[in-house]
Design a protein around this ligand. Structure first.
Ligand code: CTP
Length: 409
């Protein structure tokens, strides 16, 4: 294990440290210092139990930020509401994560500030457990850990060794520098990749589009935007100038990314072309294929037994982008399919004249549109690469590796 955190490995990351109520909470003080040394901006939230071991004032002094201790603090809520705080975070780190906290997290509780933040965030979550070894080895705790891991939560430790109660076994909180190193490797692009897109401009589309039928109704789809946002974040970490054209989603803007919010396919097209010239276009948005011929001013009233909507094709933004390759080095599309994934994806690769298409099977449990994780395959002329199930943030990094590879091929 590295002796000290790689400096800058968490540069600019907004990290929300949630401190649980165990004796190891004292180590979380040192953790704040190490996280900041690695370049992270740290805000701290504490459970009630944590405040029995360490004072909020200590964390405030070390983080340089106000510390949140309760859901019911009206002054703190007025400054930054807990939902805003959950959105602010690029990553949540729970350390120490007690057996009780792991149980509540795995079951989706929201009965205090920390569990509510973890439930309300779309950011990746890391937990560093610490507890008595018998509690750690208990089947209930192990089942909770398995659930969290399956959900894409990163687990760091615990370590084997002497415990506070004079016993020995697995249950020690990992050392702060180990936690920082593990976070760095999960979150950051390896230093060898860090500047590889410097000087290049990347335009990414993400999320669904909403096509308005009337003032209260629209045609939409279940795209979460998570993949496109993760791809944009990965490109920015590699030094690219990134414009993210986002459909209607409530995700935080990745650091270093210029975001343009749009609603409809027509608005998305305008924003994408407005962002050009660029070097790379990644069309991760689930753009509506059809839009109402007219969006009426007044609410459509129910009259007959059936209603027929008159829809017209939207412009295929991706195909249009690929057709005007002037200056573009690489055009990448996505294909969401429910069957015959490879066949349809390769068809779109040819028909839209793309450099690469990334296909994933939607409509299956544990992956696809609304999930935090996914599995996918990238196809290009003469090759393909499988990406096995992983959190979308990790897939995005692996995909960006391939994009850089293909661009230089
Ligand atoms: N796309 C686009 N503009 C559209 C429709 C799709 O830019 N009007 C892009 C998406 O961003 C994605 C790719 O095309 O990168 C594939 O979208 P998908 O909906 O899966 O394929 P379609 O070409 O629309 O075909 P179908 O819906 O028949 O599967």
């Amino acid at each position: 294990m590295t002796a000290s955190p790689p400096p800058g490995s968490l540069q600019g990351q907004r990290l929300l440290l949630c401190v649980g109520g165990g004796i190891a909470a004292y180590k979380a003080l040192e953790l704040v210092r190490r996280l900041r040394d690695a370049g992270a901006v740290v805000q701290v939230a504490m459970t009630e139990g944590a405040q029995q071991f360490v004072t909020p004032l200590s964390f405030q002094a070390l983080s340089g930020q106000p510390v949140r201790t309760s859901l019911w603090d009206s002054a703190a809520e007025a400054a930054m509401g807990h939902i805003e705080l959950a959105r602010w975070a690029d990553r949540i780190l729970v350390a120490p994560a007690t057996a009780d906290l792991l149980a509540r997290l795995s079951h989706g509780f929201a009965n205090d500030l920390v569990t509510t933040l973890c439930l309300a965030t779309t950011a990746p979550i890391t937990v560093a457990p610490a507890m008595n070894h018998r509690m750690w080895l208990h089947p209930a705790t192990q089942a909770n850990i398995a659930t969290l891991r399956e959900r894409g939560v990163q687990i760091i430790g615990p370590e084997d060794g002497p415990l506070a109660e004079g016993e020995s076994g697995p249950g020690r909180l990992s050392e702060p520098e180990q936690i920082v190193a593990a976070l760095g490797s999960a979150a950051a692009v390896p230093p060898t990749h860090a500047g590889e897109l410097a000087g290049l401009k990347v335009v990414v589309s993400a999320g669904p589009t909403y096509e308005d039928l009337d003032p209260v109704r629209y045609l939409g789809n279940r795209s979460s935007g998570k993949m496109g946002f993760a791809v944009a974040a990965s490109a920015a970490r590699r030094g690219a100038e990134v414009v993210l054209v986002a459909g209607p989603v409530q995700l935080p803007t990745p650091s270093g990314v210029k975001r343009i919010d749009v609603r409809s396919a027509a608005q998305m097209r305008e924003a994408v072309f407005g962002a050009f010239p660029a070097d790379i276009y990644i069309g991760a948005a689930a753009v509506a294929d059809y839009s109402p011929r007219v969006s009426v001013q007044n609410k459509i009233k129910k009259t007959g037994e059936t209603l027929t909507l008159d829809l017209v094709r939207t412009p295929d933004i991706l195909a249009e982008v690929a057709a005007q390759t002037q200056g573009l080095k690489l055009v990448v599309g996505f294909a969401a399919e429910t069957e015959n994934v490879a066949h349809y994806a390769r068809g779109k690769l040819q028909a839209k004249r793309l450099d690469m298409i990334v296909a994933n099977q939607v409509g299956i449990a544990g992956g696809g549109f609304e999930s935090d994780q996914n599995a996918m395959t990238a196809y290009w002329n003469g090759g393909e690469r499988d990406f096995s199930t992983a959190p979308k943030t990790q897939l995005a990094d692996a995909l960006m590796d391939l994009i850089v590879e293909r661009m230089n091929a």
